[in-house]
Design a binder for this molecule. Sequence first.
Ligand SMILES: [Zn+2]
Length: 406
Amino acid sequence: MAFTSNHSDLKQINRLAIINHIKKKPSISRSDLAKVTGLNKSTIGKIVQELLDEHWVKEDSPTPLEGAGRRPTGLTLNGDVLTLLGAELGVDYIAVVACSIAGEIRFQSRLPYQHVNVETSVSQLADILCHTWKLMLSLNHQILGLGVSVPGLVNASDGHVVDLPNIGWQNIDLIDMLHQRFAQQHMPEIDITIINDANAGALSEFVFGRSQYHRNPIIHLTVGIGVGAGIVSENGLYTGLNGWAGEIGHSTLQPFDGWLCACGQRGCVETLVSQRALSRELVGDAPILSIETMQNRLAQGDAQVKKGLETVGYFLGIVMRNLANILNPETIVLGGPMSQFEAALLEPAIASFNAHTQRHVMTPTIRLCEFGQNASTLGAAAAALMKHIEPKHTPTHISLQGLRRK
Ligand SMILES: [Zn+2]
């Protein structure tokens, strides 16, 4: 991609480079920022002052050195003022968080929810968001933007919701619907980003997690009623041509006599690896049991739930193996509602992963997601943040390094 720039682009890129470096290495000094970005000290000084004034960063308390002198003042992201809103429109719940630009949760709310129609669901989501938004404003936080994750296909170019098979919605302009409801409630303008839930889960790890800006590929599997994979590597989220990469839930795992999937096909991954698949092991075609109900049964030593998790884990391990063979990741992370079963699901998955190869050279680390059931909401907030810290049309390596003024 050709990259052209003018003075304000350069300044923006250098700002972003500095924010990213402070994010990657809290307590970094101005002189270390100059070294890693290649920018001169006076440029660093001016931009840091702007970032201090706008509450993006704050100075650490000075720590005296032994003997004479003081350590250079460290700079850290300021989590006290700028705030992000993140929401997840789940298949059977709605969740909202308000978090700092460092991913610290300030407020969260989670509501079990059965969707009846689009209008009512979006109004419910907007009400919870407005409540959270007003609360943060009353505490003098500044809202940077809103990210909303949804369980299905999102057009990456315009944020249009294309298909949510497990809710039964197609072609929804969720951004416009939310703007209308916010206007009705007299809320200020806000930038809205819509993102697939699995991609959001992956972003939560990449932007806020311990694998922050990790250069090696990570796959984040979101397993709930649906299944999706978010893929991140050196250049951030891999979305594919339309934003639909990682739709592993609708790849075929049982080609003959498979269960009917919400997408209309038979034998999809989702029919064997999901909350629905586990519930079917316990109650057949009756309404899907909640994760909490199944967790309670497991806690009481219910052998049927344990066996069901082993069956689901067996197929999950095959899915992980297939993904590892295609993408050769360093890490596979299990997230989404089913990750709340933790080792009871992860252990049979790892056993199955190992059993489905004779070549044990490609063995990624397989672990639980850091943020549990908050991964998609935090990841949606991270997507809103990325608009501020990753400029459009600018390769990540440039925005991380900054540009030297000639
Ligand atoms: Zn399907």
